[in-house]
Design a binder for this molecule. Structure first.
Ligand SMILES: Nc1ncnc2c1ncn2[C@@H]1O[C@H](COP(=O)(O)OP(=O)(O)OP(=O)(O)O)[C@@H](O)[C@H]1O
Length: 250
């Protein structure tokens, strides 16, 4: 369980550029929840992710993981149980390193406690087996520099890197937005499969209303730093994209 209690984030406090990015944000996220998140540009969605990962310290409020207060816990410590994927598949992968070296980097940090490019024989077999489940032929591209892959292929590897040591919490920050519709659909399918198989708790930011309605068991809508809607599966299942538009800032 991840509990956010009265979280506020204020940028440039006390200056003419002061911006309240999150205001008294509270929510309890249950284990196994897959929450899709919508909201206007600047609503505070990425800020919320930054608070969860520890990249940003809130001005006010507390975060609990189960019963542990992690508000002051450093980002690198939280990285052991939080995975994050970004819009741009280039973010989080090293273009000049091969597919297997990128996977080794991600895997070694969790398994051996330090980053290493060395690809152990048994790990190579494990990477191949994992890539095969993507059904994109990537198991035959282990020696290809990742920068030579297409955006969709690269995002699939990035997703695999994020879950090689399955995190408790997976944060998806518009991770299909830069992909063509077919690749985006494929990555979403794989995302759903991995979340279920590894029993992860996930939050997914998207600007695609249909994707927000079709995926997950819960929907957050943010506006001006506040959680203005928190819908369960039954509530969101009744909605059509047009209904959601009413919640956007004009
Ligand atoms: N480092 C920062 N310094 C100052 N202001 C910031 C900073 N980061 C975010 N903001 C501001 O905080 C507000 C929330 O930004 P945030 O990136 O969380 O929005 P978002 O909902 O993710 O938007 P988008 O959909 O455009 O990605 C915005 O007004 C943004 O300009």
């Amino acid at each position: 369980m991840l509990k956010l209690e009265n979280i506020s984030v204020i940028f440039n406090k006390g200056t003419s550029l002061e911006k309240v990015a999150l205001e008294d944000f509270s929510s309890t996220i249950q284990d196994g929840d897959f929450i899709t998140m919508l909201g206007s540009n600047g609503a505070g969605k990425s800020t919320l992710f930054n608070v969860i990962t520890g990249a940003l310290k809130p001005a006010k409020g507390k975060i609990f993981l189960d019963s542990e207060d992690i508000t002051r816990q450093k980002e690198h410590v939280r990285a052991r149980y939080i995975g994050r994927l970004f819009q741009n598949p280039e973010h989080g992968t090293a273009p000049h390193l091969t597919v297997e070296e990128n996977l080794a980097l991600a895997y070694s940090s969790g398994k051996y406690g330090k980053f290493s490019l060395a690809v152990h024989k048994q790990d190579r077999a494990y990477f191949q087996e994992k890539l095969k489940t993507l059904d994109m032929g990537l198991e035959d591209r282990l020696k290809t520099p990742i920068g030579l892959l297409s955006g969709g292929q690269r995002q699939a590897v990035a997703l695999m890197m994020a879950v090689l040591n399955p995190p408790k919490i997976l944060l998806l920050d518009e991770h299909t937005a830069a992909l063509d519709p077919k690749s985006a659909q494929k990555i979403l399918e794989i995302t759903n499969e991995l979340i279920q198989k590894e029993h992860m708790t996930a939050l997914m930011i998207t600007h695609n209303i249909q994707d927000a309605l079709d995926n997950g068991n819960r929907l957050f809508i943010l506006n001006e730093g506040k959680l203005i809607q928190d819908m369960d599966f039954a509530q969101k299942s009744k909605l059509k994209p047009a209904d959601i538009l009413n919640y956007y800032a004009v």
